[in-house]
Design a protein around this ligand. Structure first.
Ligand SMILES: Nc1nc2c(ncn2[C@@H]2O[C@H](COP(=O)(O)OP(=O)(O)OP(=O)(O)O)[C@@H](O)[C@H]2O)c(=O)[nH]1
Ligand SMILES: [Mg+2]
Length: 324
């Protein structure tokens, strides 16, 4: 979703900077001039490499405030937005501090009256730069982990109406996503479940809709979840414009109807304001007397009705209106 460069450790940043600096070579008119200019170049080049490397990291990270609420919530759950902010702040501070050390060192090298004094200034600057960069090693390592987590986020288009498919395990959610979508659903991962999710897209009347599976996320009552899981689930609130809750009245999924109804109630409580359509799948096996929409994902039965219902509900939904 976001392009963030590989984050180096403190030692790697320093290595890169000093390696580049060691390649500078300058020819002056006198020996002291040559030494002076070469050392100024070295300090400048090392500091430039560090400033641009660290600056790139700070800029590459999305400012949480600018992210869509879904991604902001994901970052907070998986990484911690305060810790991320603090780490990036420390990296930015280091960038500024290195630039100041280098400016001071260049000034004293420019004024130095002997080759020894030049060498001493340059070495002192290198020492201070090293110790300052090493101070942010922990932050760099944390940000590297954050980057790898963010890279694994599912890429969902937060600007198109989104339908989240929920329900107990094995009720046919993935099957429904596959049936609803034109084309093969894309496979992605959530950072907080080991299962792959599928993401499908369909079109109606020149509008695109996105359908998202939720394996391992919305399959257990909320009261059974720990805080982290709960927040992960709640991130979906920002994403879902409508929820399709799938019930398997045949109970071949391994969950009783009672368990499934309980799960439904638990989600209703939490996602109260999000339109929810309850469907009974596997109608080819069992057809209850309820007035819920009946369908069979394997037989393709009830799909046009479901899509019609969704499109109707979403057209009336406020979120959707705002987006048009
Ligand atoms: N008879 C019948 N079987 C179905 C129907 N829909 C899905 N199944 C079967 O139910 C099983 C589970 O389907 P999935 O689509 O994987 O269910 P799921 O809800 O995505 O399951 P998890 O990802 O494990 O939560 C599969 O063996 C499907 O073939 C249906 O309409 N009728
Ligand atoms: Mg599934």
């Amino acid at each position: 979703m976001l392009k963030i460069p590989t984050i180096l450790t403190a030692d790697e940043v320093l290595d890169k900077a000093f390696r580049k600096a060691s390649k500078t070579d300058y020819q002056g008119l006198t020996r002291i001039d040559t030494v002076r200019e070469t050392n100024i170049s070295k300090v400048r080049s090392a500091s430039d490499v560090i400033a641009s490397t660290l600056g790139k990291y700070v800029k590459a990270f999305p400012s949480i405030e600018r992210l869509s609420p879904f991604y902001a919530a994901l970052i907070d759950v998986t990484i911690g937005k305060d810790k991320l902010k603090k780490s990036l702040g420390a990296i930015d501070w280091c960038r500024g501090a290195v630039a100041r050390i280098s400016r001071d060192a260049i000034r004293s090298i420019a004024k130095a009256r002997s080759i020894d004094a030049i060498d001493t200034s340059r070495r002192a600057a290198y020492g201070r730069i090293s110790s300052i960069v090493k101070q942010i090693d922990k932050e760099l390592k944390f940000v590297a982990i954050a980057r790898n987590t963010i890279r694994k986020f599912p890429t969902v288009d937060v600007s198109i109406p989104t339908i989240v498919i929920a329900g107990a395990p094995n009720v046919g959610k993935s099957q429904i996503v596959g049936q609803i979508s034109t084309g093969k659903p894309r496979v992605a991962v959530y950072p907080f479940t080991t299962q792959e999710i599928s993401l499908g897209v369909f079109e109606r009347k020149y509008l695109r809709y996105q359908v998202i599976d939720t394996p391992g996320l919305l399959d257990r009552p909320l009261e059974e979840r720990n805080t982290m899981e709960l927040r992960a689930v709640l991130a979906l609130k920002h994403l879902a414009d409508a929820i399709v809750f799938v019930i398997d009245p045949s109970e071949t999924c391994g969950y009783t109807l009672e368990q499934q109804e309980h799960l439904l109630e638990s989600l209703r409580g939490e996602f109260g304001s999000t339109p929810m359509i309850v469907v009974e799948n596997k109608a080819d096996l069992v057809r209850s007397k309820s007035d819920r929409l009946k369908m069979s994902a394997v037989a393709g039965e009830g799909l046009p009705e479901l899509i019609g219902e969704l499109v109707g509900r979403l057209a009336g939904s406020q979120k959707h209106q705002q987006r048009l």
